[in-house]
Design a protein around this ligand. Structure first.
Ligand code: TXA
Ligand code: MG
Length: 323
C-alpha cells in the first residue's frame, strides 16, 4: 500500500517526515521531492536498502547513484574536494549541482552506490522537504530519479505513483519540482572541468565560477544519463520540427506558430514567453501529457544556450532509437 503525504499541509508534513525516516531506518526506500526531480531515496550506507532502489527501478546494476547530503561537512566526509570543487559547492550548493569527487576511504558508502568506482557523486539538494528528510535521518541518501529505468523522470508525486505504483511504500508530495530537470553533473578530476551531464545549472554559470572552460564528456559512458534512449516516452519524438503533421501532438516553445499547429491532436507550450527555466520546469510533465495523446510528438526547435542545452540533451535521448 502506498502512503502519500502532502508536505504542504502542516499536520501531514510532520507525520510524513516521521514515516519517511522510520522507513529509511528500516532499510526501505522512500520517494522524496527535490528541486530538480523526485528521487527514490535509501540509506546510502546500507547495501540492502540500495539494492532495493535498483530492484524497484529495474535499473542495470552498474549504474552508480548520486549521494545526497544535508551539509558541506557531510559532503567532505564522503569526497575529497579540490579547489575548483570547493568554489563550485560554495556557489551552487544547496542546489542542482552534482560533484563527482574521489571517494574518501572508509566513508561508509555502500559499494553498490558507486558501482565499485573510486569516485562518488555528491549533491546537496535545496528543496525544503529533501532537506528536512536529510536533517532528520542524519545519514547520506542515495537517490536516483523515481522512475522506472529508461523512462521520463517524475516532477510530481502523481508521476511517481504512476511510475512505481505500490513498489514504493511512502511518497512525500512536495508539489511540482521547481527546476524540473536533473542536476548538472561535473567532474573536476585532474584540475579539468568536465560536464558529465548537462542539467539544472547552465554550464556557462559553472564556467564563470570555476574560472575555466568546461569540456563536454569525452564520449566514454561514465554517466548512464549519457546512454542513448534514456528518458523515453512511449511516443516517437520528431525534433526541430518546422511544421506539425496530421495526427501529431505538438510541443511548442516561445509561442511559435508552426504550420499545421492548429490541427495538432494536443499541444503544450514549454514557455510561451521563451523562458528556458520555465521550459525546463515543464519539460517532463508536458512530454508525459502529450505521450497520452499521440504516437508522434513534433517538437519545436529549442535554443541551445543556458538551460536549453540540458533540455535538448533530454529531448535527444527521448528521441533516440529504443533498445
Ligand atoms: O537531479 C538529480 O540529480 C536527481 C535528483 C533525484 O537528485 N538524481 C538523478 O539521479 O538524476 P540518477 O541516478 O537518475 O542519475 C545519476 C547520474 C547517472 O547518470 C550516474 O551515472 C551518474 O549520476 N553518476 C553517479 N555516480 C557517478 C560517478 N562516480 N561517476 C560518474 N557519474 C556518476
Ligand atoms: Mg534518472
Amino acid at each position: 500500500m502506498i502512503e502519500i503525504f502532502d508536505m504542504n499541509v502542516p499536520g501531514q508534513r510532520k507525520k510524513g517526515l516521521a514515516r519517511a525516516v522510520a522507513a529509511l531506518e528500516a532499510g526501505e526506500v522512500v520517494a522524496i521531492p527535490t528541486e530538480t526531480v523526485y528521487g527514490l531515496a535509501a540509506d546510502a550506507t546500507n547495501g540492502h536498502a540500495v539494492a532495493r532502489i535498483y530492484e524497484i527501478k529495474q535499473r542495470p546494476r552498474f549504474n552508480p547513484l548520486i549521494v545526497h547530503v544535508a551539509s558541506r561537512t557531510a559532503a567532505e566526509g564522503l569526497g575529497l574536494f579540490d579547489p575548483i570543487a570547493e568554489r563550485l559547492a560554495g556557489a551552487f550548493w544547496p542546489g542542482p549541482l552534482t560533484l563527482v569527487l574521489p571517494m574518501r576511504e572508509g566513508c561508509g558508502i555502500a559499494e553498490l552506490v558507486t558501482a565499485g568506482l573510486d569516485t562518488v557523486a555528491i549533491r546537496m539538494p535545496a528543496h525544503t522537504v529533501a532537506r528536512a528528510v536529510l536533517g532528520a535521518f542524519q545519514l547520506p541518501l542515495a537517490a536516483p530519479s523515481a522512475n522506472r529505468s529508461g523512462r521520463l523522470s517524475p516532477t510530481t508525486a502523481a508521476h511517481v505513483a504512476a511510475e512505481l505504483g505500490d513498489r514504493v511504500g511512502v511518497i512525500l508530495n512536495g508539489g511540482p519540482a521547481p527546476i524540473g530537470i536533473e542536476s548538472t553533473i561535473v567532474s573536476t578530476a585532474g584540475g579539468k572541468l568536465v560536464i558529465l551531464r548537462p542539467g539544472g545549472i547552465a554550464s556557462e554559470d559553472i564556467e564563470r565560477i570555476a574560472g575555466m572552460n568546461a569540456e563536454r564528456h569525452d564520449g566514454v559512458v561514465r554517466a548512464p544519463g549519457m546512454l542513448a534512449s534514456h528518458y523515453a516516452p512511449t511516443a516517437m519524438l520528431r525534433l526541430n520540427a518546422w511544421s506539425v503533421r496530421p495526427g501529431e501532438a505538438f510541443l511548442a516553445f516561445g509561442n511559435e506558430k508552426l504550420p499545421g499547429a492548429e490541427n495538432a491532436v494536443a499541444m503544450r507550450d514549454l514557455s510561451p514567453s521563451g523562458d528556458l527555466r520555465e521550459a525546463a520546469a515543464r519539460l517532463f510533465g508536458s512530454l508525459r501529457e502529450l505521450d497520452e495523446a499521440a504516437d508522434v510528438i513534433a517538437v519545436a526547435p529549442i535554443p541551445d544556450i543556458g538551460l536549453g542545452v540540458a533540455i535538448n540533451d533530454r529531448l535527444l535521448r527521448a528521441a533516440a532509437p529504443r533498445a
